[in-house]
Write a protein that binds this ligand. Structure first.
Ligand code: UDP
Length: 433
């Protein structure tokens, strides 16, 4: 990337002090309700890291595409955190796959936002997901500031572990991710597994990849009274509850949980009879009836409880109400749901893929299943749901494991990474002189 040398930039580098960050999240707003459509862990990540960075004295301005005429152009999401809604295409009717066509309009808005301020308004730009990286690449080049990129998910990784019937990510996204991997000053990986994937699939230079774990709000997600939680959700008190929380889409494999439960009915009907599965979330680029239809076909239609997406204390109640939370995904760059469940003192049963091997401590805070077959999930569900002592031991370990993570630690990691990105820039400029 071209290195521009402005006096303000050189002064900043001498101090290596990041005062204001432009975060870019093109396709989804940190103000959106996660757990449905395109809103999920990335929204939670952007909001929480921005909030914690602001608490530490770094101002954050988030740029996202405007998707409603009712949104004001700028909203203060938290003290020191502004969210700007940039017009780029119609408010409704565009899917995520259509958004590459709007990157020109979005990037124009981003450049104009900085132009309204004094030069050097932003010290650094942090992009989330590949679409944002494309817009931020131009802006970082124009402003002469470092580009930091977090992908959250990677097309080549997703394509290598595709759910049955799921469509592969298009070549345009793959190429876009390759370009950003080359152009970014620094790539943030959620786990060592993601750093390795960046290297293996995209040839990322290991010296430009930093591993910083996402966090969890231990104040909101904390253990509590299961009886009260079940009452609030209208769930039976005498059942064994297994919850799935998140966007309902094939990549998250909610069907694997249903198939495992259906198989358990054959191998241990008495235990299966006591289990109530609860799904909390909404459809994400899938037919609304995909999962309920499957539940019906598997003979579980009258068992499954469906709940709409929710946040904060209401979501903490879901985790507390459950005896176990299932995360059967085909891939996760981290898996915030797994961490939140553990923080609330609930063991997790998760697929042994990607970031879930970091988010869950196998045998100490939950169980990892090394397959997506109905047989293996039935066996793991049978083991956990049929053994109260095991659940109690894992529940205690769950809170201990979750306490290793916090958004404050994530933001401290990001602050350090930002400083190093600035320093590396200033050294590159000095060398190029
Ligand atoms: N989520 C939520 N309400 C819901 C379902 C999910 O707020 O009803 C949040 C959940 O708390 C978590 C995020 O959505 O923070 C999902 O993140 P995860 O990393 O598990 O999956 P992703 O969406 O990134 O694939």
């Amino acid at each position: 990337m071209q290195q521009r040398r402005t006096p303000t930039f050189r002064a900043r580098c001498r101090k290596q002090n990041v005062r204001r960050v432009a975060m870019v999240s093109v396709h989804t707003s940190p103000l959106a309700q996660p757990g449905t459509g395109d809103a999920g862990g990335m929204n939670v990540y952007v909001l929480n890291t921005a909030r914690e960075l602001a608490r530490s004295g770094v101002e954050v301005e988030v740029f996202t595409r405007a998707t409603s005429s009712e949104e004001p152009p700028t909203v203060e999401a938290a003290p020191g955190v502004l969210v700007h809604h940039l017009p780029a295409g119609p408010f409704e009717g565009l899917s995520k796959n259509d958004l590459p066509t709007q990157l020109c309009a979005f990037t124009g808005g981003l450049l104009r936002a900085e132009a309204r301020n004094r030069p050097g308004h932003y010290d650094l730009i942090h992009a989330h997901y590949w679409l944002s990286g494309q817009a931020a690449w131009v802006a970082a080049d124009r402003w002469g500031v470092p580009l930091v990129q977090t992908f959250h998910t990677l097309a080549k990784v997703k394509n290598a572990q595709l759910a049955e019937g799921d469509s592969p990510e298009p070549i345009g996204r793959v190429v876009g991710e390759e370009q950003i991997t080359t152009e970014a000053d620094l790539l943030i990986a959620n786990t060592a597994a993601e750093a390795e994937e960046l290297h293996r699939y995209y040839g990322a230079d290991e010296r430009r990849v930093e591993v910083i774990h996402p966090g969890v709000d231990l104040g909101v997600f904390r253990p509590g009274d299961q009886y009260a939680a079940r009452q609030a959700l209208g769930l039976p008190q005498n059942a064994l509850v297994v919850a799935f929380v998140g966007r309902i889409q094939p990549a998250k494999a909610p069907d694997v949980l249903l198939r495992g439960l259906a198989r358990l009915r054959e191998t241990d009907p008495q235990l299966a009879e006591r289990i109530v599965p609860v799904f909390v979330g909404g459809p994400s680029n899938t037919d609304l009836y995909w999962l309920p239809k499957l539940a019906g076909e598997l003979g579980l239609g009258d068992r499954v409880q469906w709940r709409t997406p929710r946040s904060g204390e209401a979501l903490a109640q879901v985790y507390r109400a459950a005896d176990a939370v299932a995360v059967p995904s085909y891939n996760e760059s981290f898996g915030l749901v797994a961490l939140e469940a553990q923080a609330a003192g609930t063991p997790v049963i998760a697929a042994k893929v990607g970031g879930l091997t970091t988010a869950v401590s196998d045998g100490a805070s939950g169980l990892l299943v090394d397959s997506h077959s109905a047989d293996d999930w039935a066996a793991a569900l049978g083991r956990l749901m049929g053994d109260r002592a095991l659940r109690e031991r894992l529940a205690a370990g769950a809170r201990t494991h979750a306490a290793l993570f916090s958004w404050q630690t994530t933001a401290e990691g990001l602050s350090g990474a930002y400083r190093r990105a600035l320093l590396a820039r200033s050294q590159a400029i000095t060398l190029n002189r």
